[in-house]
Every structure is written in C-alpha cells, then in structure tokens.
Design a protein around this ligand. Structure first.
Ligand code: GLN
Length: 272
C-alpha cells in the first residue's frame, strides 16, 4: 500500500444517482472512491435527487451520469429549479463538474427532443438536438490534450507511451480516453467552446465534426460511458487532482497493471 497522502477528503455529490445512471455509471463513483481509499485520501459521497437543493460550497466534484430521455426530462426541470444556482457556484469556485452522456447534455443550454426544447444549466456552451437518424452507438476512442494539468501523472504518460499510443509521449500532454457511446442526441459546440477531445474512432458529439465532449475549465461533458473511469483510471486521477487542487504527480502512484490492461482493451475495442 502506498503511503498516506496528506490531502483533505474528496467531497463528491452524485446528482440523480437513481435516474441518471444508465450503463452503470455509478462505476465512475466507485473508481473515485477506491483510488482515494488506496491512497489514504478520505472520500465523502452524497447524493442529490429530485426536489433537493444543492449546496454550492459543499462539494469538490459533482457528477451526473447518463439517462433515458424520459428520466432526463424529469431531471432537467428539477436541475434548473433546485440545483442550478448551487452547480454554478460550485463551478465558479473551481469544483469539478463531470457530466456523462445525458448528464453532459443537461450541462449545456438545451436538449431539443420531439420539438420540445428542454433547458439545461448552461455551464457548457453546447446545444443538443435529437435529429432524425440512427442512434450513435459503439466503442469510441478520443485524444485529449490536458496541457493545462499542472502535474499530469507521469506514470500514466509513460504507460500510454509504452503501450504505443501515438502522441502519448510523456510531456506531450496528449492522452487517449476510451469508452462506449450510445446517444440519439447530436451535440453542437458554440463558437468558442472547446471540445474535450478529438475523435480517433467512433462518433463523438454529432458523428461528423470529429469533436467529442466539451470542457470549460473543470466543467467537463462527454459521451463516453464504459463506465468512463474504470476504463481510464488516469483520467480519474486527473479529476481527483483537479478537484483537490493538487498536482496529479502529488498523488501516490498505484499499481495499475490491471487498469492498464483494461484501458488497452477498451482502446483495442474501439480500434486504436
Ligand atoms: N437520452 C440521451 C440520448 O439518447 C442520452 C442517452 C444516454 O445517456 N446514454 O441522446
């Protein structure tokens, strides 16, 4: 076991964990919990469901998973009514906000479905539209550039370089995220909105643009299920570090042999 790390506990809040949890997205929370525990970092998990106000000061990381259209409709209005102010306050003070698929869509301006515009919390400058056409389904791999990470985990940079991912040389700041997508909505980025990454394989935001997800500082949206974090534990570490305002290199290095295989196999499934 690595030595205990003297950082404060990670305070996490899962939004609508019962309704927005398609593809067992709660696996993302379990990864965060385990990786903190293995390092001796405290982990506090709270949930915020329908009709519950959200305290904008209480959490370091807020998570909203994927959902069916029906459940998304239920949550969208509640998000505006009871959580928008708290979410915006949390984002403004640098908390990590991570939305996956349906959760990602709700972090944008709107999700247009059956001619009805369901409003989102507008933390990301994106709009999602359910257009005619097939659902965008399949394994997906994207390249993300995390140059602004003050201390990208050197162990994982080395691992990815060794595993032969192009451009993943240590210090290059480019990493591969792999997962699985299944969405009917097509997401369009506003003019100045940065995507989370560039599609290597799969559909991404809209099946055409080559962009996947969106990122504004510590607010991140992505279509990658998998769940996302078990397949990409280096990204879990990056999020933990961002949420705790420490460098990723300050986190104790874990034995990630199995996790690396998991990442490799997710990448191979996507064809990279
Ligand atoms: N209901 C949304 C869509 O189909 C999101 C789906 C999901 O979270 N997997 O676009």
């Amino acid at each position: 076991m690595p030595e205990r790390t003297a950082v404060r506990p990670l305070r996490v809040c899962a939004l609508y964990p019962d309704l927005m949890n398609i593809y067992a997205d709660r696996g993302n929370l379990i990864v965060l919990q385990r990786r903190c525990a293995w390092r001796g970092i405290g982990f506090e998990l709270a949930a915020s469901g329908l009709r519950e106000e959200l305290d904008g000061d209480a959490y370091d990381l807020l998570y909203i998973g994927g959902g069916q259209d029906r459940d998304q409709r239920l949550c969208a209005q509640d998000l505006i009514d009871t959580k928008r102010a708290g979410l915006r306050a949390a984002a403004a003070r640098g908390a990590v906000v991570l939305g996956v698929c349906g959760g990602y869509q709700l972090l944008g301006h709107s999700y247009t479905l059956d001619a009805q515009e369901i409003p989102g919390v507008a933390l990301l400058d994106v709009r999602t539209v359910r257009e005619p056409g097939p659902r965008l389904i399949g394994n997906v791999a994207i390249e993300v550039q995390l140059q602004d990470a003050p201390g990208q985990s050197p162990a994982w940079a080395d691992a990815q370089a060794e595993d032969g991912f192009k451009g993943a040389a240590p210090g290059g700041g480019r990493y591969v995220l792999a997962g699985f997508e299944n969405h009917g909505g097509r997401t369009y980025l506003g003019a100045g909105q940065q995507p989370l990454g560039r599609v290597l394989r799969g559909h991404g935001n809209d099946g055409r643009s080559g962009a996947e997800g969106a990122r504004a500082g510590n607010v991140i949206g992505t279509y990658l299920h998998g769940p996302l974090l078990p397949k990409n534990v280096w990204f879990a570490d990056w999020l933990i570090a961002r949420a705790l305002h420490v460098r990723a290199s300050e986190l104790a290095v874990l034995d990630d042999a199995l996790e690396r295989q998991t990442h490799m196999s997710a990448c191979h499934a996507a064809g990279v």
